[in-house]
Design a protein around this ligand. Structure first.
Ligand SMILES: C[S@@+](CC[C@H](N)C(=O)[O-])C[C@H]1O[C@@H](n2cnc3c(N)ncnc32)[C@H](O)[C@@H]1O
Length: 217
């Protein structure tokens, strides 16, 4: 990513006051969510709560203000969260402190950052599209049986970025992640029309467990 693009993201996040009322209403920066997505939350398995083994690990890529990473930590995951914006991560860390959970915030450019191999039980991506790098690193970083929850803008999304390079074609996530076993492919209702894709790394029995539970607030 160019320095200009990095500055652009930092400036967007800097313009958002942490005390801005819009945060609680789910508004704020165009394309950045302020609340945890209920679709995602309902599919996060209670692996941590049910696990007698090691604490399950989750990774959020392009985490922005980190609400989802914090939610996953509250669900019992050990969470790593990556974003290129130092400003966003500073706000995210403050929110995690306020929530009383630990998240490892990683300031990095996904164009060249490489995660640990076969390390994660769950990887989450929201409102971010990279057709080259992510399809390489996500299958690499998932444990066998680990799951991907991916949701982002499509060409039908009214609220998405203007640049068509960041908008999905129908069925595109399934193609980009063809090495994973697809579990669900759907779309959120208009006007958002976000693609929703849930998939699993192959060759591992499913972890038993239900949804993590209702969202607070
Ligand atoms: C539209 S926002 C979405 C943020 C968050 N996932 C959400 O749903 O609210 C896109 C995010 O991707 C981050 N980003 C963009 N390009 C990146 C890159 N090459 N490496 C890491 N983060 C990047 C931006 O800083 C921004 O936080």
């Amino acid at each position: 990513m160019s320095q200009a693009d990095r500055d652009r993201w930092n400036n967007k996040y800097a313009a958002l006051s942490p005390r801005d009322d819009s945060v609680g209403r789910g508004e704020g920066i165009r394309g950045v969510q302020m609340l945890v997505d209920p679709w995602l939350a309902s599919r996060v398995t209670r692996q941590a709560a049910n696990s007698t083994g090691p604490v399950p690990r989750a990774l959020e890529l392009a985490c922005g203000l980190g609400q989802t990473a914090i939610y996953l930590a509250q669900c019992g995951y050990r969470v790593d969260a990556v974003d290129v914006s130092a400003v966003a991560l500073t706000q995210a860390a403050r929110a995690a402190d306020a929530a009383g959970v630990a998240v490892r915030w990683i300031e990095a450019d996904l164009d060249d950052w490489r995660p640990e191999r076969a390390a994660y039980d769950l990887i989450v991506v929201q409102r971010f599209l990279d057709r080259t790098r992510l399809p390489e690193i996500i299958p690499w970083a998932l444990k066998a049986g680990g799951e991907l929850l991916y949701t982002t803008f499509t060409r039908d999304s009214a609220s998405g970025p203007g640049n068509p390079a960041f908008l999905l074609e129908r069925g595109e996530l399934r193609q980009l992640y063809a090495t994973l076993e697809p579990l669900e492919e759907s779309s959120s209702p208009p006007p958002d029309c976000l693609a929703r894709f849930h998939a699993r790394s192959r060759n591992e029995p499913r972890t038993a467990g239900g949804a993590c539970g209702p969202l607070d607030g």
